[in-house]
Design a protein around this ligand. Structure first.
Ligand code: SF4
Length: 453
């Protein structure tokens, strides 16, 4: 028995997957590991032991391709060093950068054997086989006719207290600065049945919170059963051991009545919403092709806050979009003052090749962008700190996720997605506990347990 097991284990290979970017990419990396498991690959955190290294890339961040090529340079050295020891290491590039510049990667880094976009990783087994048969690189950056979700294995090997579940991919909105419609393709929604089945597996594996993911998640539609995102949330809330539900990222124009009402009617739906606006100026929003103006955004926020007054709101901001004047920027500052965010992400505009905004005239000088970003971030930081401080003395529930290796404290998240830290023990992991907040910091809260009555 043991001999057989040892032998089987010794023949298994290791895959190291490095992930850049958003939760969507983290999710995709986990699913790649699922696809590779039946081929004999176990995931490793140590790239020096890997037989296969995959870089799962993100095109949203600045200098994405430069970062990729410098990482590939390092991996080439590792690949050569292991070759000397008789080990062949395969290197693959996945994700949005692979989709956007696959041919360039093939030419500049000929030692990369697999290049595949976000829509084709379900074909990894076939790509690996083709790589073994053919000499050179296998490039697969199609938008295939068959949806990848139909071909992924049903169960996920990983178990996490806070799980992620991709329900929708791609985007039809074509904001003028964004590469997603080009790299992830048109909007595609999974069936409600397959989503619920995957959620049940996640919960059986220990998930107590699920975040529904999509580039434009609230555009989700399963027309065969007339379901939108609200219907997924309602069905998920019936799963007994699932305690919390979240979703991201949303477009303001896709916040329909049913979804807004879910924030009132579904207690498991957390009072947190990431709702990007990008700019407070109508002229800039039009140039961004966001298809909504500041007034429409304010109205949506007002409707949600009416049904869920305790909502913690988060957003994305782009500062220094082409043509942004000081008064446009002031409109952004004003909407932040008026709405008051619990947290936010803010970036300087940077050109993404192939997008309409990259060739717009009136690009804003770098030093102006930097100075505006500093002012915006100071305001957002103050609002985040104020939001956290207002929690001192309150009793909040925390979903205990893990123990910190650094200081031995337990940590988890509040309903508002704040990190909470408290002394405790590992038996609390995966449970919701009450915690009285004693200290607030810009990025976290400290507290003490409130004993059960
Ligand atoms: S809605 Fe979001 S994903 Fe879609 S194009 Fe705009 S920024 Fe990109």
């Amino acid at each position: 028995m043991n001999d057989y097991k040892d032998d089987a284990e010794s023949t298994r290979k290791k895959v190291f997957i490095k992930t850049w970017g958003c939760q969507m990419n983290v999710y995709d990396s986990a699913r790649m590991a699922d696809v590779l498991a039946p081929l004999g690959y176990d995931r490793t955190d140590d790239q020096t032991l890997a037989d296969l290294i995959i870089l799962n890339t993100c095109h949203i961040r600045e200098k994405a391709s430069e970062k990729l090529f410098s990482e590939l340079g390092r991996l080439r050295a590792l690949q050569k060093a292991r070759e000397v020891k008789g080990v062949k290491v395969k290197i693959g590039v996945a994700g949005c950068v692979a989709q956007a510049i696959g041919e360039e990667i093939k030419n500049r880094a000929p030692y990369v054997e697999l290049i595949f976009g976000p829509q084709t990783y379900h074909r990894l087994p076939e790509l690996l086989l083709r790589g073994a048969r053919d000499v050179g690189c296998v490039l697969d950056t199609d938008f295939p006719a068959e949806p990848k979700f139909d071909f992924l294995p049903e169960s996920q090997s990983h178990s996490q207290i806070c799980g992620f579940l991709s329900v929708q991919e791609g985007c039809d909105r074509f904001c003028s600065y964004c590469v997603v419609p080009y790299t992830r393709g048109a909007e595609y929604s999974r069936t409600l049945t397959s989503i619920i089945a995957e959620a049940e597996v996640l919960v059986a594996n220990g998930a107590r919170e699920i975040t529904l993911l999509g580039q434009n998640v609230n555009a989700y539609r399963d027309d065969s059963v007339g379901a939108g995102l609200a219907e997924i949330i309602c069905e998920l809330s019936e799963i007994k051991d699932l305690l919390r539900i979240r979703y991201m990222t949303s477009h303001p124009l896709d916040m329909d009545d049913a979804l807004i009402e879910a924030h009132r009617d579904v207690p498991k739906l957390m009072p947190f919403l990431h709702l990007p606006i990008q700019s407070g100026s109508d002229m800039i929003l039009a140039a961004m092709n966001r298809k909504h103006n500041a007034g429409q955004y304010r109205a949506v926020v007002e409707r949600i806050r009416k049904v869920q007054p305790k909502l913690a709101l988060s957003s994305d901001f782009i500062v220094g979009f082409p043509g942004e004047s000081e008064s446009d920027f002031e409109a952004t500052m004003q909407i932040v003052r008026d709405i008051e965010y619990a947290q936010a992400f803010s970036f300087k505009y940077s050109r993404r090749p192939g997008t309409p905004a990259s060739v717009m005239s009136e690009q804003v000088p770098e030093e102006v962008k930097e100075e505006r970003l500093a002012r915006l971030q100071a305001l957002l930081r103050k609002q985040q700190t104020d939001f956290n401080k207002a929690c001192i003395g309150e009793t909040l529930s925390v979903l205990v996720e893990n123990v910190s290796r650094r200081d031995g404290y337990m940590f988890g998240r509040s309903p508002y997605l704040q990190t909470m830290r408290v002394k405790g023990d590992v038996t609390m992991m995966g449970t919701e506990q009450k915690m009285r907040i004693t200290q607030a910091y810009p990025n976290s809260l400290d507290g003490e347990w409130v004993p059960e009555p």
